[in-house]
Design a protein around this ligand. Sequence first.
Ligand code: 5GP
Ligand code: ZN
Length: 119
Amino acid sequence: MNAPASECLFCKIARKEIPAALVYEDDTLLAFKDIFPQAPVHVLIIPKAHCEGLGDLTTETAAAAARIPQVAAQLARDLGVMTGGWRLLNNCGPDSGQTVFHLHFHLLGGKALGGRLCQ
Ligand code: 5GP
Ligand code: ZN
């Protein structure tokens, strides 16, 4: 059973009830540093409105999520990884390894990320 929005970890971060190292915010999107970074740059980009994953998009969350690649590219520039290269990825559902069931994209960079997309 996944958490309702009232108990969802990333909803709590979006409502500023739990601290996070924010790197970007606008009306509908928030980006913050991953608490267990897997690369020198590891940022999570989320719609502020609750949505479990890409299989659960609403008109509202789809509109927000559609802007994530553009925000990720701006963050890649701002965080200094545009030239070296970076990766934007989403885990959706149990087999993907999704652990937080509020839609989020990982922005990773700052080192050679390797060629494997799955084990
Ligand atoms: P997933 O495995 O669902 O794709 O990614 C969830 C990510 O959320 C993980 O990389 C994990 O390190 C990160 N994370 C889990 N709890 C917290 C937290 O409380 N704060 C932050 N900033 N990141 C978290
Ligand atoms: Zn949520």
